[in-house]
Design a protein. Sequence first.
Length: 201
Amino acid sequence: MAARTARPSLYISVDIEADGPIPGPYSMISFGAAVAGRQDGASYTAADPEQHTFYRELRPISEEFVPAALAVSGLDRDRLLREGADPAAAMAEFRIWVREVSAGAQPVMCGYPASFDWTFLYWYLIRFGGDSPFGHSGCLDMKTLYAAKARVPLRAAVKGRMPRQLLSRRPHTHHALDDAVEQAELMSNLMLWTPPADDGS
């Protein structure tokens, strides 16, 4: 029997801003996405992260929020209650966008770190529409990717300890789309990076 050929992966950098630590009691108030690149077998091709992007600000889904968490995003909660996108509509639009940009490939969400952003994104996709274009496990954590390639403990996989050439020159603004684009560059740099050989000394 011939070996099954895996579909290429289309990596999509996603950053979310939330007004609390977990979805449900608290809300995802904005999210941004940017295509980072495509992997076909052993070959990775970086994309221009500004070419294919998605951004929405969302209406909060509960009355609860943590003021310090809300402040990080710089978004006005009262304005979001009036003008934020309906979560179900935003998730439907996002599904369509993901499937369009990943045509012919398997979409993979990537984040830094992915754990927080994936928790909110997946919860919202399932809660508001019951379907995730990434499946239930289609996410990649850039911290883990760096730790594995650099052979360092996960807790040491922080941007301040990474080689400078891996980091994007874009500022980290806590605007979800800005940060998704910045982290798309980090993702491509990590995928294309060959760490220096360990000479054992």
